[in-house]
Design a protein. Structure first.
Length: 114
């Protein structure tokens, strides 16, 4: 079993930055992949960024060049650094861990004002 706890969301002006954190209850980075998803009101949940156990990363086209996913193995924590934020980035952001089973965090709200 794995518990994931996100933090770092909030209200920010367009063009601003935020860093989201996702703390795992145990060391999970040796297997599987950690991802950030987001879900805006009335829309489906979408993949934002992923980092594999080997450290490879991938991003949605809409966030490439603005968002960076990283991890701290010692802290069992994955981060999502978000820069040049736009109002369309407004959503609840979730972290997800997938290895045999899938685990989700509770989500953290990010609101970008224009």
């Amino acid at each position: 079993q794995v518990q994931l706890v996100e933090s770092g969301g909030g209200l920010v002006q367009s063009g601003g930055s935020l860093r989201l954190s996702c703390a795992a209850s145990r060391n999970i980075f040796t297997n599987g992949a950690m991802s950030w998803y987001r879900q805006a009101p009335g829309k489906e949940r979408e993949l934002v960024a992923v980092i594999t156990s080997g450290g490879s990363t991938n991003y949605a086209d809409s966030v490439k060049g603005r968002f960076t996913i990283s991890r701290d193995n010692a802290k069992n924590t994955v981060y999502l650094q978000m820069s040049s934020l736009k109002p369309e980035d407004t959503a609840v952001y979730y972290c997800r861990y997938n290895f045999i089973y899938t685990y989700w965090g509770q989500g953290t709200q990010v609101t970008v004002s224009s």
